[in-house]
Ligand binder design. Structure first.
Ligand code: PMP
Length: 419
């Protein structure tokens, strides 16, 4: 029979069969580390489930009403009635998904609308929407910098920036975090006539510190580099029009590409790049993470377009978000917590802790008290630090921030972080 013939064809001598190498065994140390954390009695900080979400600032976690202080919902747009209505309308009119790439059948009316909203928001001539912010960085960096060219990035850059470098073929140069002199020195060593892209972030998301963009962009331009700034954590509340740290520092017209995301202030999912470069549209023809994936669902781009247009006029929200940041930063400093920045520089306030054990105990005590923050640890954090990241929302009331401060005091005293 045919089956018999197949069996005969298999090597019968067991010596000829190579032993299987278990590709999963490389994760053993990660599995052990996670188990050690769970054995210490804490809830797994990396598998929290929001059973119900009541508002931008309150959810139900494990049956308990919990204040959310660890989301990127800076402007609180997720429950905006106009945003929700736009999503419902698009869902009904255009269906649940696009079933294709932007380049083929995946561009619907609202993909054009959201790109126009971005051009209007940033006052720029070009806007390209990607399926996530991660893919915007992956795509822009790997496509802009080619063979024989250079990407120069801050050592504390987001994973999506590092991955954009890996995806591409350019040479990579890192400089010390926010160090203008180090950037200058390293650029000085590169061939003057090579193409160079300097990649910066407006706000660095682990410590909540901001980049000295003015000085850095000046150095980049001195060395003939193009500049891309990731403004993921500043959109909506930095600068007179909420365009980001680059606007706040007076750099309109000096930054070549701005990357951003819909997953933070905009309140949905998606990523984008805006630019005034006359050839910017060519990115759509060459950028693999733009071409080889399905486009965002119509409901998502419709909510994003509505949200972005509302953010253009969200002056009161912006003011209150900054008030919240100052209130939380000031209160925690007064209690004796060690924070990631000396002043409230952004909507992120990072509470620095000694080690994983202390961070986990503090995180758990806060959760038990009804507060959710992000636990962050290496490799996501700089210099091997353990921290609890608090991100504020324009929809947190002043009373909520005071309640949060009370929770930090109780947890900090119980764990022994403060006296
Ligand atoms: N850039 C930065 C600086 C980020 O912090 C993030 C996400 N945390 C991204 C890009 C990716 O954004 P998205 O969630 O849209 O993939």
């Amino acid at each position: 029979t045919e089956a018999g013939q197949t069996a005969d064809a298999l090597p019968m001598d067991s010596q000829a069969v190579a032993p299987e190498r278990d590709l999963m065994s490389k994760f053993d140390s990660l599995i052990a580390e996670r188990q050690a954390l769970l054995d210490s009695g804490v809830t797994d900080p990396f598998s929290i489930v929001m059973d119900q979400v009541k508002s931008p600032t309150v959810a139900v976690i494990k049956g308990k009403e919990t204040i959310l202080l660890g989301t990127y919902n800076y402007m609180g747009m997720t429950f905006d009635p106009d945003v929700i209505q736009a999503g419902k309308d698009a869902l009904e009119q255009f269906g649940s998904g696009t079933n294709g790439s932007r380049m083929l059948n995946g561009t619907f009316h609202d993909h054009m609308e959201v790109e126009q909203a971005l051009r209007d928001f940033y006052g720029m001539s070009g806007a390209i929407v990607f399926s996530t912010g991660y893919m915007a960085n992956l795509g822009m960096i790997s496509t802009l910098a080619g063979k024989g060219e250079y990407v120069i990035l801050d050592a504390d850059s987001h994973a999506s920036i590092y991955d954009g470098c890996k995806q591409g073929v350019a040479d990579i140069v890192r400089f010390r975090h926010n160090d203008v002199n180090d950037l200058d020195k390293r650029l000085g060593r590169l061939p003057a006539d090579a193409g160079k892209l300097v990649v910066l972030e407006g706000v660095y998301s682990m410590l909540g510190d901001i980049a000295p963009l003015k000085e850095m962009v000046a150095v980049a331009k001195k060395h003939g580099c193009m500049v891309l700034v990731d403004e993921a954590h500043s959109m909506g509340f930095f600068g007179p029009n909420g365009r980001g740290v680059y606007e706040d520092q007076g750099l309109e017209g000096q930054v070549d590409f701005v990357v951003g995301t819909f997953s933070k202030s905009v309140g949905t999912v998606g990523g984008f790049c805006v630019s005034n470069h006359p050839k910017f549209e060519a990115i759509r023809l060459a950028c693999r993470p733009y071409i080889f994936t399905a486009s965002l669902p119509p409901s998502v781009v419709a909510t994003a377009a509505t949200s972005i247009r509302k953010l253009m006029h969200a002056h009161n929200k912006r003011r209150h978000l900054w008030e919240n940041a100052r209130r939380l930063h000031g209160g925690l400093t007064e209690m004796g917590f060690r924070l990631g920045t000396e002043t409230p520089d952004s909507a992120i306030v990072a509470v620095m802790l000694d080690d994983q054990e202390q961070a986990a105990a503090m995180w758990q005590a806060l959760l038990n008290g009804g507060l959710y923050v992000n636990m962050a640890r290496p490799p996501a954090t700089p210099a091997g630090t353990f921290l609890l990241r608090c991100s504020l929302c324009a929809e947190h009331s002043s009373e909520q921030v005071d309640t949060v401060l009370g929770m930090f005091r109780a947890a900090g005293e119980a764990v022994g972080v403060i006296r």
